[in-house]
Design a protein around this ligand. Structure first.
Ligand code: SF4
Length: 201
């Protein structure tokens, strides 16, 4: 575990050096303008799963007044401890086919939507720009907008690494020690819950 954390700290140092200007130039080359099709939020367009960090859940909860269990659920997992409890490492936005925050093709939590949404269709892998399918690709984008996106992407990437480090630092293994039948291990530690009670959390 220690070795993995040290590796991630090196990756974090590299991430902090990412040149936003260079990322912005690549975004300009790809071209992008959101055409408000909302396809990235809908089930009909493929996998619309949105991973979400604990602080993002809190932010949405504060804005919407919804409890955590109405916002996010544990990501499915096959990992079990000796007592048969499930262990997982991620939260995903609750959905009912489409994202539950999509209303008439508009995002009800636009101002506090997760990083994955605000940076779509882009993401960084090992510091390199990657692009998902999107109707808005190929449209002209200003340098100012591209720089804004590049900054968000860098922040998202750095956050992902920091969250992973914090998770590993708190991870104790699959120990059946809490009240519940599922445990989410995240950057804040262990969250034990009963799957049937997720809307009461
Ligand atoms: S949170 Fe908003 S932007 Fe993200 S998938 Fe849901 S409706 Fe779409």
């Amino acid at each position: 575990m220690k070795r993995k954390i040290e590796q991630l700290k090196k990756v974090l140092n590299e991430a902090l050096q990412i040149d936003e200007n260079a990322i912005a130039d690549k975004i300009i080359y790809k071209g992008y303008k959101c055409v408000r099709c909302a396809k990235c939020c809908k089930a009909e367009s493929g996998d619309n799963t949105v991973s979400i960090f604990p602080f993002e859940i809190r932010r949405i909860s504060a804005k919407s007044g919804l409890k955590r269990g109405k916002i996010a659920i544990p990501t499915p997992s096959e990992d079990r401890d000796d007592a048969g409890n499930i262990h997982t490492f991620e939260w995903i936005l609750e959905k009912n086919g489409n994202c539950m925050f999509l209303d008439k093709d508009l995002c009800k939590i636009y101002g506090c939507r997760p990083y994955i949404c605000s940076t779509y269709p882009f993401y960084l892998v090992e510091g390199h720009l990657m692009v998902s399918e999107c109707e808005g690709l190929g449209s002209a984008i200003s340098k100012r907008e591209a720089l804004k996106m590049a900054g968000l992407l860098k922040n998202r990437y750095i956050t992902e690494i920091k969250e992973s480090i914090a998770l590993l630092e708190k991870f104790r293994g699959f120990i059946p020690s809490g009240r519940g039948d599922i445990c989410v291990h995240d950057s804040e530690g262990e969250h034990w819950l009963y799957m049937k009670d997720t809307d009461k959390i």
